[in-house]
Design a protein around this ligand. Structure first.
Ligand SMILES: [Zn+2]
Length: 148
């Protein structure tokens, strides 16, 4: 019998992947109309689209903050998070008409600014002896291109 190892795993399979050291969100793109879905979709939901087939695609890992809100109360189960404290939930513009929601990290709540440059990171959300460490994606402040 092999001893079961509790490696770090995503909170939901198929949500993101580390590609050459860079975390990337996994979406679906329609072959016909190029609409991109995140999380992954089984088929294109564009009512005007006749070809419904999609293929897996990686989303851009950098974007800008479009809007955000601060979560000041602890969400009820099933949401789990170790070391809970108020956090910001951002709506991040990844370009190509793509906007993705995610927790913000690495910045004080009163220093968050609409339009700031963000990059995708992966951090532990919670861990448990039976299941190991669960990872989620978040967005952290990024240096703007050209900045030192
Ligand atoms: Zn389509």
């Amino acid at each position: 019998m092999m001893t079961q190892q509790h490696a770090s795993t995503p909170i939901v399979e198929g949500l993101f992947e580390i590609v050459a050291g860079t975390p990337k969100l996994i979406g679906s793109q329609c072959h016909a109309c190029n609409t991109i879905y995140f999380p992954q979709a089984l088929s294109c939901r564009n009512p005007k689209c006749r070809d419904k087939s999609v293929e897996q695609t990686f989303l851009p890992h950098c974007g800008t903050l479009y809007s955000y809100t601060v979560q000041r109360y602890q969400p009820p189960p099933l949401f789990r998070m170790d070391h809970w404290s108020p956090y910001a939930l951002g709506l991040v513009d990844l370009g190509k008409g793509l906007q993705v929601m995610g927790m913000l990290t690495g910045i004080k709540l009163d220093e968050i600014a609409i339009g700031m440059a963000l990059k995708l990171v992966v951090e532990p959300l919670y861990s448990h002896a039976d299941i190991g460490e669960k990872l989620t994606y978040k967005f952290a402040p990024a240096e703007r291109a050209g900045a030192a």
